[in-house]
Design a binder for this molecule. Structure first.
Ligand code: AMP
Length: 554
């Protein structure tokens, strides 16, 4: 298929607002498309399957470099174009149009060629890999027509801006290949790859039903909702299965023929970051072919878990894994099993899965690997005791699971509930910001926050917030801050400290990235405190106090 055809469909979709019409257009397009797997992912705005380890690793800055290289423009002209037009795709298209007057095309681009180029870019590694990537992308732009360049640029950032979400693509597959919505949804949850779902749906409903989970292809993880309280939870569920809510990092473990692969919550392959866990699992797990679900936690010298961020550090530093493995000993708590020797277990009730899970471990690594202790009860006083025990042992809280429930991949349903102390909000001063990207290019997309040092009246930064705001609010906030912008260098803006944000968060963490020595996990704007002046903002002492209060550290 010619890539121009894909670009034309995207352009057409940009002017459609009705979801129904959009679905019909996409479905007709998919019905007749070759390279159906690629085209399905492209139209949904992604290049590789969600679970695939392949990624372009090209952010806006490299993209701008590539556009500059391909069009002969200066990088600052590319940036100016993005700011003016509010979108990198349009900016790229415009620059290509200028260039095109001097340029004739040898070959027409195909969807396959574009995909192969992306694949090659993702695989360019080693020394000078950024340069190689930029050059390859510039070459791709060089052989693209302006309209094609618009969508290539957007695909690179995985934001097509045509209004087609995952839901539209799923509905379009249903319509195109005459299969039911439930079947498509089911297949997607299990395989995590809409391209594969489309190709299989095209073969027929029988084939689609045969798609299942398999070791080596990660499954979206089941997630938890916040419980309204222990009492309400027991009332709703009857019996609850209670486990500690560990403050660590989620891992999905796939074992096939002695091979171990570990996936993170974002389904990234993190096997290389955790060699000690991998070694231990190789002979610690008794089954041959299995998918397990659990949490890796780091243990401090006092026997209490070390905060989450230290584990993340380890995930990232692939080169230093051995040394870090000595510094931060890890422990793995397993709480689920999804697949065993050729059979999916996700439809088996939790109590049954748990029974099988308990048989999955050899005893010889008991210090490093365990099945998470679990208590099934309907007695509120037992539940409260377990909750208090978990908090004083340094865990985040507890998980209350429905013992009869199936494993529902990717769902934040009511069968897993998290019970944990509610974090108080912080009132923080806005001291800076960053221009947004993609859809948010002419808006301030995130804000830098600071707490106060009451002795020196200085502001100590503590992190950034870019969530909790609707698109409308972003516009209003950009307007609000317009006259307070002190310097407007590159993407970063300095803002005169006058406005206070009330910020909700999951946790306060120690951090050397910020002057305050702290960072917030999952910060979100809850409201603008127009009633407060910067003098009323929270101090570093209050941050310290709240930090200590977390997880029974006082
Ligand atoms: P949250 O990140 O707040 O949505 O909470 C869900 C996360 O808690 C999961 O993704 C796991 O990483 C983590 N977790 C810790 N302990 C457990 C447990 N016993 N069962 C399930 N998830 C757990």
């Amino acid at each position: 298929m010619k890539f121009i055809k894909f670009a034309e469909i995207c352009e057409k979709l940009e002017s459609v607002t009705s979801n129904l019409e959009m679905t019909t257009i996409v479905s007709k397009f998919l019905k007749n498309a070759d390279n159906l797997d690629i085209v399905t992912r492209f139209i949904g705005g992604s290049i590789f399957p969600a679970w695939s380890p392949e990624e372009l690793s090209i952010g806006p800055s490299l993209l701008y470099d590539a556009i500059a290289m391909a069009t002969g423009a200066k990088k600052r002209q590319v940036k100016a174009g993005v700011r003016e037009l509010g979108d990198v795709g349009l900016a790229c298209e415009k620059l290509c149009e200028k260039k095109m007057q001097r340029h004739l095309f040898a070959d027409e681009l195909t969807v396959k060629h574009v995909y192969k180029s992306f694949e090659a870019i993702s695989r360019a590694g080693g020394k000078g890999s950024q340069k190689k990537k930029t050059k390859m992308l510039a070459d791709l732009f060089g052989s693209a027509r302006p309209k094609e360049a618009r969508y290539i640029a957007r695909l690179v950032l995985e934001e097509l801006r045509i209004g087609v979400g995952e839901g539209t693509v799923r509905d379009a597959i249903v319509q195109a290949f005459d299969v039911s919505k439930d079947e498509v949804e089911r297949a997607y949850m299990l395989t995590n790859d809409l391209g594969l779902v489309a190709v299989t749906a095209k073969k027929g409903v029988k084939e689609l039903r045969r798609l299942d989970i398999k070791p080596g292809r990660p499954i979206k993880m089941m997630l938890a909702q916040i419980a309204k309280g222990l009492e309400g939870t027991i009332k709703d569920m009857g019996e609850v299965a209670l486990e500690c809510k560990y403050d660590g990092a989620r891992v999905q473990i796939h074992k096939t023929d002695g091979d171990i692969i570990l996936y993170s919550r974002r389904l990234e392959n993190i096997t290389k970051s955790l060699p000690d866990i991998v070694d231990m699992l190789k002979d610690g797990v008794s089954f041959k072919q299995v998918i397990l679900d659990g949490e890796v936690i780091a243990m401090g010298e006092d026997g209490k878990p070390v905060p989450f961020q230290d584990i993340l550090r380890r995930f990232r530093r692939k080169h230093e894994v051995k040394r870090i493995a000595r510094d931060i000993p890890l422990r793995l708590s397993l709480f689920d099993i999804l697949f065993l020797d050729g059979k999916s277990l996700i439809h088996t009730p939790l109590v049954e899965r748990r029974r099988i899970l308990e048989k999955s471990l050899n005893k010889n690594h008991a210090q490093m690997i365990e099945v998470a202790p679990q208590t099934i009860t309907s007695d509120i006083s037992v539940a409260e005791r377990i909750y208090k025990g978990a908090i004083s042992a340094g865990h985040e809280g507890i998980m209350a699971k429905n013992p009869k429930s199936m494993y529902t991949p990717g769902k934040r349903g009511k069968n897993w509930l998290k019970v944990k102390p509610v974090a108080e909000t912080l009132d923080l001063v806005v001291v800076g910001g960053m221009w947004g990207e993609g859809r948010r290019a002419n808006l301030i997309g995130s804000y830098s926050l600071a707490c106060r040092n009451p002795t020196t009246d200085e502001f100590l930064d503590i992190g950034k917030v870019g969530t909790g705001m609707t698109d409308e609010q972003l516009v209003e906030l950009t307007e609000l801050f317009k006259d307070l912008v002190l310097s407007d260098m590159e993407m970063d803006i300095q803002i005169k400290p006058e406005i206070v944000f009330e910020i909700g968060y999951e946790e306060i963490q120690k951090s050397s990235n910020y002057e305050s020595g702290f960072a917030l996990r999952f910060p979100r704007l809850t409201r603008v405190r127009e009633d407060k002046s910067v003098k009323d903002a929270d101090t570093i002492e209050r941050v310290q106090e709240l930090y200590k209060k977390q997880k029974g550290r006082t």
